[in-house]
Unconditional design. Structure first.
Length: 488
């Protein structure tokens, strides 16, 4: 296997070249040649589904800023980022960022935590977001703001960046080895799970009191909610059968409906996954990690540690339980669904397509557009099956200059209801607003997927775009990141 030669999207001159590049890869990605402006734009059309009203089709994805205080309060860096969420012009703010329901459930010692002590700070974030949104769009009509509630489970690091404190539901033959977990490492008891469920209930009630319109019960990217879905080998009432593996979600939702009536609930979940990947050791030379390859799994078939994957070949997806999960969301009267995939910890090329991976990751094993197309086509497929649900699509930032063209086509052709922006918001939050206003696109602000926004917080630095955003680029933080990436 050799390192693939990849085409930089920034080198393509115009939409026609991009469309030809997509065809050359034999991928299916919709793309409009011309951008429609103003009220006629598909991206400006309001969306109404029952009691849910969203003013346009632009959404801001939840991110993990990891730049709060040690006790979980926002900092000036956090405030600045939430202002950018408002500047996006998006009428659906899906959580702003992941907020832990407890200190022990944090993925990073600087992750925000929702507590009585952090109420004022969280309320302030919502307020500055609304203020910037009004400044950008002229009105907060149709603005729906949520808060993503999370417990990081296997990937908890609440006290130090270099000290994992996993809270696991079952033993995973590959991930346990990566984290150095022994066979007798304790798994969460049913009683401990019950306590975590109560933490979600308290957090949701508090979020409603702070004025948030909905909460997201996070079920993606390998964190606790996602791990429940793959707990095939766990014994007891939270593992084994599909009913048991979704008991956590049902109990969280029922409790929220009791303590916070009227609060909308959303779920962001990894619709498909894959076996963990690793850098190809044969192509990792001179300190540069090779392209990603699947971990050996021949002795792990049938594969019983995944969700949305084939038991006979966990490098391939199987949407059988994915559609069953969506049927459950319908039964629970959950209308807001955010589709993502994989995990940043063990298969980031699937979860967050990038030309330049995080320094602790691996080189792309294929053109990242393959992952973009996979995200989009899965969302399209399940949207057809569940027309009563509201879907937010993921993986658009990698499209770079062509994001507005693909986003417009995806909504117009009903591949998704809303286009979710993640990394792009850190450097150019208003890219879709500019496009639909008829403004010239500012190409120097476009995210080029350098992945420093991922590497920096893992190294204990604020999340942001270090290469393109002057706020970070010209600060001492950029030098700190260079030293951290070099291991100094």
């Amino acid at each position: 296997m050799s390192t693939p030669q990849l085409t930089r999207l920034g080198s393509l001159k115009g939409v026609a070249q991009f469309q030809e590049h997509v065809r050359s890869l034999q991928l299916s990605i919709p793309c409009d040649t011309e951008i429609v402006c103003g009220a006629d734009s598909p991206l400006r059309k309001p969306l109404v589904c029952g009691k849910v009203k969203i003013g346009n089709r632009i959404a801001v994805q939840p991110m993990e800023g990891w730049d709060g205080t040690p006790d979980g309060h926002p900092t000036e860096h956090t405030v600045r980022r939430w202002k950018r969420f408002g500047q996006s012009g998006g009428k659906l703010i899906w959580g702003g960022e992941a907020v832990a329901v407890s200190h022990q459930g944090r993925a990073n010692p600087h992750q925000l935590v929702i507590t009585e002590q952090s109420r004022t700070g969280l309320a302030g974030l919502r307020a500055v977001l609304i203020e910037e949104h009004r400044r950008t769009t002229g009105s907060d009509e149709g603005l729906l703001i949520g808060l993503q509630l999370t417990h990081s489970g296997r990937f908890c690091r609440p006290n130090a960046h270099d000290k994992p404190e996993p809270r696991i539901l079952y033993h995973h033959p590959i991930l346990d080895r990566r984290l150095g977990l022994t066979r007798d490492y304790p798994i969460l008891s049913d009683a401990e799970i019950g306590a975590i469920i109560e933490q979600f209930h308290r957090a949701a009630k508090m979020a409603q009191g702070l004025g948030f319109d909905f909460v997201d019960i996070k079920h993606c990217h390998g964190y606790l909610g996602h791990e429940f879905l793959s707990a095939h080998t766990r014994e007891g009432k939270y593992g084994g059968s599909f009913e048991n593996r979704t008991r956590f979600l049902r109990e969280v939702v029922h409790g929220i409906r009791s303590v916070a009536p009227g609060l909308h609930i959303g779920v962001r979940f990894s619709a498909f996954d894959s076996v963990p990947f690793r850098p190809d050791p044969e192509l990792s030379v001179n300190g540069k990690l090779g392209p990603g390859i699947p971990e050996p799994q021949q002795n792990l078939i049938p594969y019983r540690w995944g969700f949305g994957v084939r038991e006979s070949d966990p490098t391939q997806m199987d949407l059988t339980e994915t559609t069953r999960f969506l049927s459950l969301l319908e039964e629970l009267n959950i209308r807001l669904v955010n589709i993502t995939a994989g995990s940043p910890y063990y298969n980031p090329h699937i979860q967050r397509p990038a030309l330049y991976p995080p320094s602790d990751g691996y080189q792309p094993p294929e053109d990242p557009l393959h992952a973009v197309a996979q995200h989009m086509n899965v969302t399209r497929e399940i949207k057809k099956q569940f027309p009563k649900l509201i879907f937010v699509g993921t993986a658009y930032s990698y499209l770079q200059d062509f994001l507005p063209h693909v986003a417009q086509a995806a909504v117009r052709e009903e591949w998704t209801d809303l286009v979710g922006l993640g990394r792009m918001v850190l450097t150019y939050p208003d890219i879709l607003w500019d496009a639909t206003e008829g403004n010239e696109i500012q190409h120097k602000r476009i995210c080029r997927t350098f992945s420093d926004c991922t590497t920096a917080p893992r190294k204990g630095l604020p999340s942001g775009c270090y290469p393109l955003d002057s706020y970070y680029k010209s600060s001492a933080l950029a030098q700190q990141l260079k030293l951290a990436k070099a291991g100094k």
